[in-house]
Design a protein around this ligand. Sequence first.
Ligand SMILES: Nc1ncnc2c1ncn2[C@@H]1O[C@H](COP(=O)(O)OP(=O)(O)O)[C@@H](O)[C@H]1O
Ligand SMILES: [Mg+2]
Length: 231
Amino acid sequence: MIALNGIAKTYPGAVPVPVLHELDLGIDAGEFVAIMGPSGSGKSTLLNIIACLDTFDRGMYELDGQVISSLNADALAAVRATSIGFVFQGFNLISRSSAWRNVALPMLYTGANAKQRYGRAQELLARVGLEDRADHLPSRLSGGQQQRVAIARALVNDPSVLVADEPTGSLDTRTGHEIMTLFDELHASGRTIVMVTHENDIAARASRIVTLRDGRIIDDNRNTATQGFDS
Ligand SMILES: Nc1ncnc2c1ncn2[C@@H]1O[C@H](COP(=O)(O)OP(=O)(O)O)[C@@H](O)[C@H]1O
Ligand SMILES: [Mg+2]
């Protein structure tokens, strides 16, 4: 599903900052991968490259059979809209829009009509346990509920990969684990998930843990405790 080969990136500037060093990573369809590592090790940069939100200097990236490095900005935007669902630490919901309108937002680019968008948003809200909150504004939802809305939004176009950067970072421990239970369910139903976290107990919920240090992969482990979820 994801093949990164020799990916290198340096942030330019007066003092250029090398962030990723010839990195190789392959992720199969259906895997639930946690990316760990200290602050500044390049986790978000790597995740943003996987999500087609950021560019790289060297190497090759193939996502779902498409060579990403060769795409122009428009084609990249199209891949992002249809192949990637992104979940942020801070939820990033539109505060003036209801839960269902937030969920349906990525469908604006698919040509679906209003009725189709509403129906699909309701379906996804039910999937994350919020079928009775469709008309609520984000400010009337708890943090955990807002993150569920954000997950529903990320799934609305049925992406190949669900990408999440510290999805539990703004939540209390119990709510964070509830969100991980939702990720477990998505993984069990076949969704490919790549998640950045610096919390050991959150990473332990994934089926594989990739550890970065200074822009290099220093560890790549299948998590035996959850292996029952695979295959
Ligand atoms: N837009 C940017 N411009 C310059 N340097 C950046 C930028 N984004 C991140 N960096 C630097 O790249 C390194 C890796 O950042 P990041 O990928 O956010 O790490 P992590 O998510 O592991 O904390 C850090 O040293 C950070 O300061
Ligand atoms: Mg980060």
